[in-house]
Design a protein around this ligand. Structure first.
Ligand code: ACM
Ligand code: ZN
Length: 554
């Protein structure tokens, strides 16, 4: 009898227990959040979508509704008494508001990005299972809250290197899904390099027949070694367009990079006449930087580059095309061999024609000539160039944007000279660096040390001269993949550092708070678990390597 009474009171309590909202753990933290007591149930909720929303916004809302139905296991219904998505033309494109109270949920935005970000914020306020692909038992309620949100920076990028290791279209879409969850809006796709060419170019078929494949890969850091396994791949134009559209539906612009005139040995392997020596060249099988680059004295490189870039601009509608420009004179093999541009008669003739005198600036000025010609071509097609910060050396033509990677100096100088800049310093934002100080227990990495708190602490305006801040368009982290061969490892390097990056990009400096961010990480990990995405627990000193099967391989 006593047992029965206990059972009945527990059952009664359970029946009466109100569903509890999640603690507020949204990353990146929205600009203004006012929470109040109470929660609005969303299982089987009514959804109303303003017909003024454009097609992509409707589709974004549709994906949110689908996720809600999948996770709760209950269909939504049409009606005005639940979640309403409203078009508000007075808002900026990336701005949104959310209001949750006893009357329901009202979301307002003016454009796709605002609606995408509102949906992600709603999802992060719900149980993490909302990011999964199956029904889950949970308290499906939203907290009463007023949110007004917009980003600090317009350019919020993440880079990926599919050259050193190749990532399938499905893996690339997962990468974009993670970016979407944390409100990033630029995907910098580094599609060409010494070790491979990854874009199908119909006018130059040898770029995929020859340049996309290398005869083996260096083993760990023994740069004299080669595993002898043919490696490579490329994306067809149809696949590239599919990624562009997938990203666009999530408010992400894909910025393709064709790295020039350096990091071009893969292309030279197919078209050796474009190099200073005429070759033969091989698609590089080791890491580092090849000495051979496009011959600046050979007029044939321009129709080649223009042919390639025409197809690239046709596939990628982005305002910016990244033309690389890094490390043209950093070739690290063959230390006794001079840079080709120092000994090439064609390059010497070009320098004479341009009036470039011998000296430490000569090669930079010759690179400026190549950059300028390519820039003019791209500008003539209504687009703009981004270059790595080496393009600033010598005389950069007006209208270029500089990507500051060798620390912040490139960004500081660019802004001072009136160029726009994107901050991606390797001091804070190279995610191929280790994230734990127990490096012997970590999967093999290129080196360096960038734990989560260090990434989080990056302040993009630090060092920028007062009055030039408007030239800093935004912030990006880079993920080079020399030592990253599996999707699990890629995601491990990406996360949760990308979450820290998102607050650097999104939050006003005075809204950042590492303690608050750190307290949200457990929720973030459950969210990533639901997405089926790998991450590092070790980023803040907890050992999580068992998550990564490849961790112990090297
Ligand atoms: C770079 O890391 N070479 C841009
Ligand atoms: Zn040359």
């Amino acid at each position: 009898m006593k047992h029965l009474a206990l059972f009945l009171s527990v059952a009664l309590l359970a029946a009466c227990a109100k569903p509890q909202p999640q603690a507020f753990h949204v990353i990146p933290m929205p600009a203004d959040v006012t929470l109040s007591d109470g929660a609005f149930p969303v299982k089987g909720v009514a959804v109303a979508v303003d017909p003024a929303l454009d097609d992509r916004s409707q589709k974004a809302v549709g994906r949110f509704v689908q996720a809600l139905e999948t996770a709760t296991g209950v269909k939504t219904r049409r009606g005005e008494d639940g979640i309403r998505f409203c078009f508000n033309p007075a808002m900026a494109a990336e701005q949104y508001t959310i209001s949750v109270n006893a009357d329901g949920v009202v979301v307002e935005a003016s454009a796709l990005n605002g609606f995408v970000y509102a949906c992600e914020t709603l999802k992060q306020m719900l149980p993490p299972a909302i990011y999964g692909d199956r029904k889950a038992k949970a308290d499906w309620v939203l907290p009463y809250v007023q949110i007004q949100d917009q980003p600090r920076f317009a350019y919020r990028g993440m880079h990926l290197d599919p050259v050193r290791h190749f990532w399938s279209i499905e893996e690339t879409k997962r990468y974009l899904d993670v970016m979407t969850a944390y409100k990033l809006n630029r995907f910098h796709w580094h599609l060409t390099d010494d070790q491979g060419w990854r874009i199908e170019i119909k006018a130059y078929p040898k770029l995929t027949e020859v340049s996309a494949w290398r005869n083996g890969t260096v083993i760990k850091k023994d740069w004299g070694s080669n595993d002898g396994i043919r490696y490579g791949g490329y994306y067809t134009q149809e696949e590239l367009r599919e990624v562009v559209e997938y990203a666009a539906e999530r408010g992400i612009i894909v910025i393709p990079e064709v790295d020039l005139p350096g990091h071009m040995v893969a292309a030279l392997a197919a078209y050796p006449e474009l190099g200073c020596t005429g070759g033969p060249y091989e698609v590089w099988t080791r890491w580092g930087v090849a000495k051979d680059i496009l011959c600046a004295g050979n007029d044939a490189i321009f129709p080649f580059l223009e042919g390639v870039l025409s197809e690239v601009m046709d596939i990628f509608p982005s305002e910016y095309i990244h033309i690389g420009g890094d490390e043209c004179f950093n070739g690290d093999a063959e230390p006794d061999r001079p840079d080709p541009w120092d000994v090439c008669p064609k390059c010497a003739a070009r320098m004479r024609t341009l009036g470039i005198r011998k000296g430490p600036q000569a090669k930079h000025l010759l690179q400026n000539y190549v950059t300028d010609r390519v820039q003019r071509f791209i500008n003539a097609h209504g687009r703009k160039i981004i270059g790595w910060d080496e393009v600033l050396e010598g005389n950069l033509t007006e209208g270029a944007t500089v990507m500051s990677w060798r620390g912040i100096a490139g960004g500081v100088a660019a802004a001072r000279k009136g160029f726009d800049a994107i901050m991606t310093p390797y001091s804070h934002l190279y995610f191929d660096f280790y994230q734990s100080d127990e490096q012997e227990l970590e999967p093999f990495a290129i080196g360096g040390y960038q734990p989560l708190e260090h990434v989080y602490g990056y302040e993009p305006f630090e060092g920028i001269e007062p009055g030039t801040e408007d030239h800093i368009l935004g912030v990006q982290a880079n993920l080079w993949t020399e030592y990253i061969a599996t999707p699990e490892h890629l995601e491990y390097m990406l996360l949760p550092r990308l979450c820290a990056l998102s607050e650097v990009q999104w939050c006003a400096a005075d809204k950042k708070d590492y303690a608050r961010f750190d307290a949200s990480l457990d929720h973030t990990f459950r969210l990533l678990d639901a997405m089926g995405v790998n991450y590092s627990l070790d980023c803040r000193g907890l050992m999580g390597l068992e998550r990564l099967p490849s961790a112990k391989q090297e």
